[in-house]
Ligand binder design. Structure first.
Ligand code: CP
Ligand code: NVA
Length: 310
């Protein structure tokens, strides 16, 4: 039976049960197929989504905006510089005001607390379109992509190599909920939040998988079905770029490192990539790379999410 998700917000993938994640993935599959067949699916006809952006975006903005249009609705792009939020209006008042006009809010922010506050004060669903702590929409698209490529999720091994950041957090939460093993190789001091790892381990155990953190990229990649990496300096960390490049250099995903994975491994990256830093062109453009399918799947999984919660 379908799980009822109407009215729900999404701050992190921990807000979702395994059944809910599976429902989103199934709905994504259906909507993607309908789109390919040219069948319209105006599930959100007449509905509007406000999209707040404190940071730049290519994929998130375009996939939400196009997705909303394909669902028969309308999306408004709101940069914080253009909102009164940029002049000191509170998040609470912004949330309460927007809730009177729109049926859902998507926000890309610096502080994760901003998402929590938006959820608290909105009377419509709020979707996290990336915070410094997590990127749940990316996680959903990633699980869907792995499922499409491998035909299953349970029992697979994902190696995440690099900075233990927002994307890494969502991957830990997502993999552990669906029974995928995830091992993260990060330098000392750049590991994911221990609380996310501890919760991930608990969830993984329930689902017969494991979450592990190591400082050794070779160990992580050994026998992996998926190699995943992300930029070394996330948005907001630009000032640390030079220092991070030095520290993270041994964590570059290149052909030599990738040799340790299964022959049919897939390479994933949430994009944008800093080619030549966290990944070489050789890997990013190889036959193993699925990075643009992954980007495309943001559209399908977010449409499924919006259709289910709005
Ligand atoms: N992966 C992702 O969120 O990309 P954008 O920053 O372009 O939205
Ligand atoms: N970790 C990156 C992801 C970008 C989609 C960042 O936060 O900038």
């Amino acid at each position: 039976m379908a799980v009822q998700m109407k009215g729900r917000s999404l701050a992190t993938l921990n807000d979702l049960s395994r059944e809910e994640i599976e429902q989103i993935l199934k709905t994504s599959e259906l909507l993607k197929l309908q789109l390919i067949r040219g069948q319209e699916h105006p599930l959100l006809k007449g509905k509007t989504l406000a999209m707040i952006f404190e940071k730049p975006s290519t994929r998130t903005r375009v996939s939400f905006e196009v997705g909303m249009w394909q669902l028969g609705g309308y999306a408004l792009y709101l940069s914080t510089n253009d909102l009164q939020l940029g002049r000191g209006e509170t998040i609470a008042d912004t949330a309460r005001t927007l809730s009177r006009y729109v049926n859902g809010i998507m926000a890309r922010v610096f502080a994760h607390q901003t998402i929590i506050d938006l959820i608290r004060y909105s009377s419509v669903p709020v979707i996290n379109g990336l915070s410094d702590f997590s990127h749940p929409c990316q996680g959903l698209a990633d699980l869907f992509t792995v499922y499409e490529k491998k035909g299953r999720l349970e029992g697979l091994k994902m190696a995440y190599v690099g900075d233990g950041n927002n994307v890494a957090h969502s991957l830990i939460e997502g993999c552990s909920k669906v029974g995928m093993n995830i091992i993260l190789a990060c330098p000392k001091g750049y590991e994911p939040d221990p609380k996310v790892v501890a919760q991930g381990k608990k969830d993984a155990q329930k689902n017969g998988s494991d979450v592990r953190v190591t400082n050794d990229p070779k160990e992580a990649v050994k026998g992996a079905d998926v190699i995943y990496t992300d930029v070394w300096a996330s948005m907001g960390k630009e000032k640390e770029h030079a220092q991070r490049v030095k520290i993270l250099k041994p964590y570059q995903v290149n052909s030599k490192l990738a040799k340790g994975a299964k022959e049919d491994f897939i390479f994933m990256h949430c994009l944008p990539a800093h080619r030549g830093e966290e990944v070489t062109d050789e890997v990013a453009d190889s036959a193993n790379s699925v990075i643009f399918d992954q980007a495309e799947n943001r559209l399908h999984t977010q449409k499924a999410l919006m259709a289910l919660v709005m």
